[in-house]
Design a protein around this ligand. Structure first.
Ligand code: GLV
Ligand code: MN
Ligand code: MN
Length: 439
């Protein structure tokens, strides 16, 4: 098993007109930036008016390049350079955001996907690229899981990692189900589920993403190559106590649900510290939520991540035990429910070899780094060869309006993407676009 031949034509096929690319990038960025952007951050949630506007933007970008657009049954949207076919090459990311997020997490990969098509189409027009397979630029549905609580909804449904019945019943903060939200947006929730067509049509996927940490800053490298994604998941903790009067109820008589919750937040931090892992309670609500009422209930979502599946299991187990102990101390009941869990991901070694060799040939650095963030390419890695290229984030802050990237680093990411796609789209059609040590 080998990666595709690195033909001598890669450098010409992968030439990028950087000034033109940057000008196009800025225009696309400005149009996109108008959608779902608030003074406190970006709010782009699945199956909303903003989502529809993002899909229109995506469709317009495709149309301006003569690409056709197909939305699959799970709401993932693809712009095709060439006729859709099995074994195609995919690139892209997602356009949705976390609550009050930044502008780079997701959109960078989609924009660079379109810019890569521009560069490859120019190479083809010059006679420097012979395309053997189509390329799809993809926007995956609801990668962040902000609205319905489960991340990577589109890729999990596409790959069968999430049962469609469970997905249809997911609710948002207003109690609207995914099924109802899809119906309201004109999509068919009965059609969701493992999508053999989309899987067959995705022969390999390369996703560019903003780095969500400081590894590349430390390495002084504009672009990095992902090795692995930490296993991670979300767990719902429900603490049930008793509502009472905030003034007259004696402390000794209270069953205050907030107290074991607070202890659990601190225990999660301690366990994460001990295990060199991550644990975050980023979303919780208190019922009934009156300033003068002892909290009767706290419902909280734990996001937990660790370097291995075993450490993640240990982490969640420790936090669960701390929650039960603290609940017992305060006369409160607690239940813990797994909402989602993604195992460790090792990105495709054939693709990694390819990226590494091409970078070396181009004289550019491409350090390999693991990540603690989840991605659609991580979900799809269980089904097909995927890889990720990270673009340096100057201060490493992400899931925040402070996300950023320098023009030069964006262009370095584009060069790395175009180099790899030039090889992959030219790979002979009588086999997969890439094979390697993961096969
Ligand atoms: C996605 O950004 C995640 O890791 O939560
Ligand atoms: Mn992302
Ligand atoms: Mn994200």
């Amino acid at each position: 098993m080998t990666t595709p031949d690195l033909s001598s034509g890669v450098s010409t096929a992968a030439a990028v007109d950087e000034a033109a690319a940057l000008a196009t990038f800025r225009t696309m960025w400005d149009q996109l930036g108008a959608i779902g952007v608030h003074p406190t951050g970006t709010r782009r949630y699945s199956w909303t008016d903003e989502d529809a506007a993002l899909r229109r933007w995506f469709t317009d970008q495709a149309a301006s390049r003569g690409m056709t657009v197909h939305t699959d049954p799970n709401g993932n949207i693809r712009a095709w350079w060439g006729e859709p076919a099995d074994g195609a090459v995919a690139t892209g990311s997602h356009l949705d955001s976390v609550a009050d997020g930044g502008k780079w997490d997701g959109p960078l990969g989609v924009l660079l996907g379109f810019l890569a098509v521009d560069a490859l189409a120019a190479a083809e027009a010059r006679g420097n690229l012979v395309r053997a397979r189509p390329l799809a630029v993809v926007d995956y549905m609801d990668e962040e899981g902000t609205r319905f609580g489960v991340a990577c909804l589109g890729s999990k449904l596409m790959s069968g990692a999430l049962d469609p019945e469970t997905a249809r019943a997911l609710t948002d903060g207003d109690g609207v189900t995914l099924a109802a939200a899809m119906t309201a947006a004109g999509a068919d929730p009965q059609a969701i589920g493992r999508d053999e067509v989309a899987l067959a049509q995705t022969g390999a996927q390369v996703e560019v993403h903003i780095e969500q940490g400081k590894q590349l800053v430390g390495l002084a490298a504009p672009v990095g190559l992902a090795t692995a994604i930490w296993p991670h998941g979300r767990w719902e903790f429900t603490f049930t106590g008793l509502a009472d009067h905030a003034g007259t109820a004696r402390l000794a008589d209270r069953r205050d649900a907030a107290l074991p919750f607070a202890a659990t937040v601190l225990a999660a931090r301690g366990a994460a510290q001990d295990l060199d892992a991550r644990a975050t309670f980023g979303r919780f609500h208190v019922e009934p939520g009156g300033p003068n009422v002892v909290p009767a209930k706290v419902v909280a979502l734990l996001d937990a991540r660790a370097a291995t599946d075993a450490v993640l299991a240990d982490l969640v187990d420790r936090i669960g035990r701390a929650a039960r102990d603290a609940a017992g101390d305060h006369g409160v009941e607690v239940t813990v429910r797994e909402i989602s869990r993604a195992p460790v991901v090792d990105f495709d070694e054939g693709l990694r070899d390819l990226h590494g060799k091409l970078a070396a040939e181009a004289g550019e650095r491409l350090p390999e780094i693991p990540t603690q963030a989840g991605h659609d390419s991580g979900i799809l890695a269980a089904e097909l060869p995927t890889s990720m290229l990270f673009v340096r984030s100057p201060h490493g802050i992400s899931h925040s309006p402070l996300e950023d990237a320098a023009d030069a680093d964006v262009l370095a990411g584009l060069r790395a993407l175009v180099r790899s796609l030039a090889v992959l789209v030219a790979a002979p059609q009588d086999g997969p676009p890439v094979t390697g040590r993961n096969d």
